[in-house]
Structures are given as structure tokens and as C-alpha cells.
Design a binder for this molecule. Structure first.
Ligand code: FNR
Length: 371
């Protein structure tokens, strides 16, 4: 029988993924001063041990004020490279590829980590300076709060925008120094880039706001800057919120149009998510694979950019059928991996594929011995 597509290698530029299952980026809120540490090494290594083709490191800020919370990671200095390189080195030893999601949280920055109990907070949600926050330095395309309890952003100046773009380039250079395989730019979930894309959060009147061409400008500048530092033979992904799920917001047609522009400037794959700029006001199906239709819209368009599907995918057969139907090229899972670190190994068994077990674990099914 033919190998299931889920377990068929995929080559993008100079990188070959041994299968098409990846760990979606997930915030751990476990850093101090933006430095990734042994928690992240242990957490992500288990997926590599158990067969994931790709592991994506969580949203990692390119500037200190771009962190979602006071405990989120960053890549704005060289000390932050060390543990990231350890993740890359270990995952490579297990045959997995490693991506990092480079991000700026924009107006959705500066929160307390959800791990900080209410009793230990000086404020409900936004961390004050005394608790390591930066409530006076939150930037957004326009000075509009995300919602009532969110931080009060200031409108980013042209200097702020230029600094953000340059910071993405520096972080891409550090990502290469860390031996990572893929950079994913976080353009989704109501963070800075998404705030520029969406007409609901971008009310600027300069050349970064208004028309579609103006709203996508910062993302194009970021991709071009990243490509200056990120080698030609390494893939570049962009995660998008393909729809705002809101009246008057960004739509799947906008995403299809943007995907073609991104492909022309060196983006290889669109990671198709949705929502986050504003609360949902249109119908949301809340079905397994709810973002698959957006990935499918790109696949059906005249763009040849690759796509990843993510969101409520938990069953191996479902994942395989999305690929078989040509609706995506890669499958990412988030919460299913938090529940079951062995998801890939079990999916392989379910689809009749033999996966390599690490040599260190080969005695698991054998008789006990003394050494
Ligand atoms: C997330 N998600 C997320 N997305 C992203 O682009 N960057 C991130 O850092 C995070 N962080 C994060 C943390 C945690 C704990 C969860 C559960 C989710 C979203 C995630 O990558 C994924 O897109 C969604 O969870 C939907 O996929 P699943 O979980 O239904 O497979």
C-alpha cells in the first residue's frame, strides 16, 4: 500500500520534513527576561523523540515590548539564542526540523502570565512596571484598545514601524545562528501584524493604513527584511488569521490575495489560522478542522504557495483526508499534542506506518534484564 501522505516526506527549499505533522506554536509563559530555558528544551524534545516532523517554538518577541506576557520569550539579544540552539540540536538528533515563530504582540502585549495567581498580582491583567510590565510602551497601528481590560496602546510612529521591521531581521539572523530550519512570522491572532492587516484595528491615514496595499505593507517589509538574513535554502512560513470572523473585517478573499503577494517575495507556506483581532461576530462553525476551508481557498486559487491546516484536528484519519483532498500540505496540532506527546507515533500505528523508536527505548517491549 502507498505510504499515507501524513507520513510522506515533504521538501521545501533545502529542508526535508520526514513527515507532514507539526507541533503548532504554543505559549508556555515560562521565561524570565525573555530567555528560553530547560523547560522549553524538555517540552519540545519529547515531540522530536516521538516522531514529529516539525516542532514550532512558541511566539517569540523580536522586541521586549512585543511579548504577550511578562514571561514570554524573545530573540532580541544573543543570550536568548543558547537554549534555542539546544532545542534545534536535540530535535535534529531525532530527525525533526525546528521552526521559531517570530512575533510582535502589538496592542495585545504586556499581560501577566496566566500562571501568576490573582493573589500575587498588583493589577488584574496588564502587568504594571513594578511587576515587569511596560504599560506605557504598548504599540498598535492605531490607538485603539483591543477590549476594555486590554492595555492602552499608542499609535506606532514611522520610527516605531521601522524599528519593528529591523528587529524581525535581527531575530531572523539569530534564528539562523541557532541552527533553526524554518522561520514562521506571526501574522495572526490579533497581534501587531494582524492589527495592521485588519481594517477593524488599523485606522491609519498614512501609507500603512487605508487600502489593502497599505495595510499589508508592514508584513511585506518584514518578510523582505527577514529574507535578507534568512538563507535562501531555508523555508519561510507566515501564520495568518484568514478571517476576523467579524463584520467589516479581514476575509478569506483578502487572505487569498495576500498569499499570492507573499509567495512572490519568498514566503513558502501560509499557516492558516483565524480570529483574534476582535470578538467573533459572524458564524463560526466550531467543528473539527474549522480553518481548513481557508487553507482550501488558497489551494484552489492560482497561487502555488503551500499551506498548513490547524485548529481542532485530532484524528489521524481526518488529518490524512485533509492532505488527500489537497486542502493543505502540512497538518499542525496544538492541544492534541499537549494531551498526548505520543500523537505522531499513535497516528503512524493507526495509519499502518512503522515509525522509528529511539534506540534508547528499544527494550521497552522486551524481557527485563539487569543492565
Ligand atoms: C496557542 N496558540 C498559539 N498560536 C500561535 O500562533 N502562537 C502561539 O504562541 C500560540 N500559543 C498557544 C498556547 C496554547 C496553550 C494553546 C492551546 C494555543 C494556538 C495554537 O497554535 C493552535 O493554532 C490552536 O490551539 C488551534 O489548534 P488545536 O489546539 O485545536 O490543534
Amino acid at each position: 500500500a502507498a505510504l499515507p501522505l501524513l507520513f510522506t516526506p515533504l521538501t521545501i527549499r533545502g529542508v526535508t520534513f520526514k513527515n507532514r505533522v507539526g507541533v503548532s506554536p504554543m505559549c508556555m509563559y515560562s521565561c524570565v527576561d525573555g530567555v528560553i530555558n530547560v523547560w522549553h528544551v524538555a517540552h519540545l524534545s519529547q515531540y522530536a523523540i516521538h516522531g514529529a516532523g516539525l516542532v514550532i517554538i512558541e511566539a517569540t518577541a523580536v522586541q521586549p515590548n512585543g511579548r504577550i506576557s511578562t514571561h514570554c520569550p524573545g530573540l532580541w539579544n544573543d543570550d536568548q539564542i543558547i537554549a534555542i540552539k539546544a532545542i534545534a540540536d536535540f530535535c535534529h538528533s531525532q530527525g525533526a526540523k525546528v521552526a521559531i515563530q517570530l512575533a510582535h504582540a502589538g496592542r495585545a502585549a504586556g499581560y501577566y502570565s496566566p500562571h501568576v495567581p490573582d493573589s500575587q498580582r498588583l493589577a488584574p491583567r496588564i502587568a504594571p512596571i513594578e511587576d515587569g510590565g511596560w504599560p506605557d510602551n504598548i504599540i498598535a497601528p492605531s490607538a485603539i484598545k483591543a477590549w476594555e481590560t486590554a492595555a492602552d496602546p499608542r499609535e506606532a510612529s514611522l520610527d516605531d514601524i521601522a524599528a519593528v521591521v529591523a528587529a524581525f531581521g535581527s531575530a531572523a539572523r539569530r534564528s539562523h545562528d541557532a541552527d533553526l530550519d524554518v522561520v514562521e512570522i506571526h501574522g495572526a491572532h490579533g497581534y501587531l501584524i494582524n492589527e495592521f492587516l485588519s481594517p477593524l484595528s488599523n485606522k491609519r491615514t498614512d501609507h500603512y493604513g487605508g487600502s489593502f496595499e497599505n495595510r499589508i505593507r508592514i508584513l511585506l517589509e518584514i518578510c523582505q527584511e527577514v529574507r535578507k538574513f534568512w538563507p535562501e535554502d531555508k523555508p519561510l512560513f507566515v501564520r495568518l488569521s484568514c478571517t476576523d470572523w467579524a463584520e467589516g473585517g479581514w476575509t478569506s478573499e483578502d487572505t487569498v490575495r495576500l498569499a499570492k503577494v507573499l509567495e512572490a517575495i519568498g514566503v513558502d507556506l501560509i499557516d492558516c489560522s483565524s480570529g483574534g483581532v476582535v470578538p467573533i461576530t459572524t458564524d463560526h462553525p466550531h467543528l473539527p478542522g474549522w480553518n481548513v476551508p481557508f487553507s482550501d481557498d488558497i489551494k484552489k486559487s492560482d497561487s502555488t504557495v503551500l499551506t498548513a491546516a490547524v485548529g481542532g484536528i485530532t484524528e489521524p484519519q481526518h488529518a490524512e483526508s485533509i492532505l488527500q483532498d489537497g486542502k493543505a500540505d502540512m497538518i499542525l496540532l496544538g492541544r492534541a499534542f499537549l494531551r498526548d506527546q505520543m500523537w505522531v507515533a499513535k497516528a503512524a500505528a493507526a495509519l499502518g506506518v512503522a515509525v522509528q523508536v529511539p534506540v534508547q527505548y528499544r527494550r521497552a517491549g522486551k524481557a527485563p534484564s539487569r543492565t
